[in-house]
Design a protein around this ligand. Structure first.
Ligand SMILES: Cc1cc2nc3c(=O)[nH]c(=O)nc-3n(C[C@H](O)[C@H](O)[C@H](O)COP(=O)(O)OP(=O)(O)OC[C@H]3O[C@@H](n4cnc5c(N)ncnc54)[C@H](O)[C@@H]3O)c2cc1C
Length: 402
């Protein structure tokens, strides 16, 4: 029995590795020629670091140049506040590792390639389902050489929030809306710059500033649909708030020479009410698009993959048909973490981001170190670091050939 997965993002790549590792024939289809895409989420949280550890990949992962961030900080016009500290989580993974997502995906797919039951097909765009008697039996895809099919006992849509397979299955997510989009761009970093990653909040403006050693990765939050209006005002309309919000970058905002250097990412927040049909399952953003708030989308996608493998690898390996009820157990297990996380994201959208963008927000009077509050600090730390219902790899490895 076998599995075909559309989408080589965090959800699809990790699921493919877990299934191949447990001896299941698995084919992973990725529509791009490589994993090199800029400004994708780059945050690997403790929950994912633990999964990598359980897979014996943590040492290789930590050899990739990365930056460790132990807390989430907010800078307002009033001063500096620590919103969450991860240091108090049980070690050794008590930090967020910032790693380019392509490095993470290369590591995972390289590890999967050690197993003979793994096949990766790049440049392969899945576009349709093979259906027989109401059961999904595989996927149709195109690559540069033409049209192809892969038949499998289970077809997984891990093709992200614009999922083609979800559409082909006739599923439409319930939209919760997001008040913002995000502009991503870079500026050079100098040795004398502050050594911090933080959220900068001011009336009418929100920025995230991520220290990437040699450069700053910057996210400027704009009202939804507001990019065209900003472009019409010229590049100074972006340079000016950057210079005001982050004075240490004032001397180099001219390095943003045009909007061609700026990537606009549309923020969506939605989820499916039903994640499966006979022979078919959606996971990751294909089942629930996450907002960038808390930077936990990758980690939820990885946790979905672990839960899916834990619940389905045995049936897939034994050759038994997978009952729809078993697919439903994946949904049941992962729906609660999705709902809680999205509820928290929507609360931040409604209480902080919308008022801030509408200039209705008085910068919050937070204690200097929110993370020290006894109960609140611990809840926020666990929520951000480990997530709701963290998953552990519970399936055995079948030794790779050689
Ligand atoms: C602005 C913004 C910033 C974000 N920042 C963060 C962050 O800092 N940290 C974080 O954890 N999360 C972040 N997120 C969320 C995060 O990107 C996603 O939740 C996460 O990547 C979901 O993983 P996934 O594998 O489900 O989907 P994706 O990462 O979207 O991967 C889907 C894969 O499927 C491929 N694909 C698509 N269609 C097809 C097809 N038809 N056939 C074959 N392949 C296909 C795509 O090329 C892609 O490789 C952010 C989201 C946004 C919008």
């Amino acid at each position: 029995m076998s599995c075909v997965i559309a989408g080589g993002g965090p959800a699809g790549a990790v699921l493919a590795l877990l299934l191949a590792r447990s001896g299941v024939e698995v084919t992973l289809l990725e529509k791009h020629a490589d994993f090199l895409r800029d400004f994708r989420g780059d945050t690997i949280h403790p929950s994912t670091l633990r999964v990598l550890d359980e897979l014996g990949l943590a040492d290789d992962f930590l050899k990739i140049p990365h930056r460790k961030v132990y807390g989430l900080d907010m800078v307002t016009d009033e001063g500096h506040a620590r919103m969450a500290s991860l240091r108090e989580l049980p070690g050794p993974y008590n930090y967020i590792a910032f790693v380019p997502q392509w490095d993470f995906l290369n590591l995972v797919t390289t590890a999967a390639a050690r197993y003979p039951s793994f096949t990766l097909i790049m440049n392969a765009k899945a576009h349709g389902l093979i259906e027989e008697d109401g059961v999904v039996r595989g996927v149709r895809y195109t690559d540069p050489s033409g049209e192809h099919e892969v038949r499998a006992s289970l077809t997984v849509a891990a093709d992200g929030r614009g999922s083609d397979l979800r559409r082909a299955a006739g599923f439409t997510p319930r939209e919760f809306g997001a008040p913002m989009d995000v502009l991503w761009f870079r500026l050079p970093r100098e040795e004398t710059d502050p050594d911090e990653t933080f959220l900068r909040l001011s009336s009418g403006h929100l920025m995230v500033s991520i220290d990437r050693d040699t450069y700053w990765q910057l996210a400027y939050v704009i009202p939804k649909g507001g990019f065209d209006r900003l472009r019409e005002q010229g590049i100074d309309a972006l340079r000016q708030p950057v210079a005001t919000l982050l004075p240490h970058l004032r001397d180099r905002v001219s390095a943003i020479s045009s909007y061609d250097e700026v990537s606009m990412l549309t923020v969506a927040l939605n989820r499916l009410e039903r994640w499966h049909r006979p022979g078919f399952l959606c996971i990751g953003d294909a089942a629930h698009a996450m907002s960038p708030i808390f930077g936990v989308g990758i980690n939820l996608a990885v946790q979905d993959a672990v839960a899916t493998a834990n619940l389905l690898a045995g049936s897939l390996r034994s050759g038994a048909p997978i009952p729809d009820a078993t697919l439903h157990r994946v949904q049941e297990r992962r729906m609660w973490p999705t709902k809680v996380t999205q509820f928290a994201q929507r609360t931040v959208q409604d209480r902080v981001i919308s008022p801030a963008l509408a200039r209705r927000l008085t910068p919050p009077r937070v204690p200097a170190n929110l993370s020290r509050l006894p109960v609140v600090g611990a809840i926020v730390r666990r929520f951000i670091g480990l997530g709701v219902r963290p998953e552990h790899v519970a399936i055995q490895e079948v030794q790779p050939a050689g």
